[in-house]
Design a protein around this ligand. Structure first.
Ligand code: SF4
Length: 225
């Protein structure tokens, strides 16, 4: 039976014979050169579709298996972590870099999180959403770790997810300053990596031990000014 090709970053499609590839595009910011290259590769290999994904990537859909390696060579881009038990997308809104409603610089924090975590192996997939204001355009409430920009700092949510049994993230802390929020995310990732059982997602782990117990594992005062 044909499967996803993890090592090639290729996802088997519904026809069970062609693949989709989606390059890593940190914070969803793509250059015009990259767009031209994606269009050239799409034409060269006659893909079935160019699809903008929910993870802020651009997927080339309907590649033949024998074209996957050369398509990646032509693109000169790395695969996005679209499959496997690892940190997947770090969904990032325009924040104060571009959006008039933003309270915080979600692009800068999103890029730093991407640099630290994208593709990191963990007990299960882990998604992060970074929104510059409560409008939550990066779906921070339904991400394993969600950051929501507020006038006085970041509100940090943990354990959110979508799917058949959706779960809203629990609010771990409010008003976390920019220079402390990465450290707090680090601790959340470490607690999850070291304590989850089997393939538990972060929300399932919190459900098992209870949010009060989870919260007690952090010295939260040190993350406030
Ligand atoms: S979450 Fe807020 S800052 Fe980010 S894009 Fe939406 S409205 Fe703008």
């Amino acid at each position: 039976m044909m499967n996803d090709l993890l090592d090639k970053g290729a996802v088997l499609q519904r026809d069970k014979e062609s693949y989709a590839i989606a390059p890593h595009i940190p914070a969803g910011l793509v250059t015009s050169d990259q767009l031209r290259k994606l269009a050239d590769v799409a034409d060269k290999y006659n893909v079935a579709a160019i699809k903008i994904t929910a993870a802020q990537r651009i997927a080339l859909v309907g590649l033949k298996e024998e074209d996957i390696d050369s398509a990646w060579d032509d693109l000169g881009m790395k695969p996005g972590a679209a499959i496997g038990l690892c940190v997947r997308s770090i969904k990032t809104c325009p924040g104060t870099t571009f959006c008039k409603r933003g309270f915080r610089d979600s692009v800068s924090i999103g890029l730093k999180l991407d640099d630290r975590y994208h593709g990191m192996n963990l007990p299960n997939k882990l998604k992060i959403g970074v929104s510059g204001c409560p409008n939550s355009c990066s779906d921070n409430h339904t991400r394993d770790i969600g950051l929501m920009g507020m006038p006085k700092g970041w509100t940090v949510f943990v354990g959110g997810k979508g799917g058949k049994m959706p779960r809203l993230g629990d609010r771990l802390l409010m008003n976390v300053p920019d220079d402390k929020v990465l450290e707090l995310v680090d601790e959340v990732v470490n607690v999850y990596a070291n304590n989850a059982t089997g393939k538990e997602r972060l929300g399932a782990y919190i459900n098992r031990i209870g949010f009060d117990e989870f919260e007690s594992m952090f010295d939260l005062d040190k993350f406030l000014q």
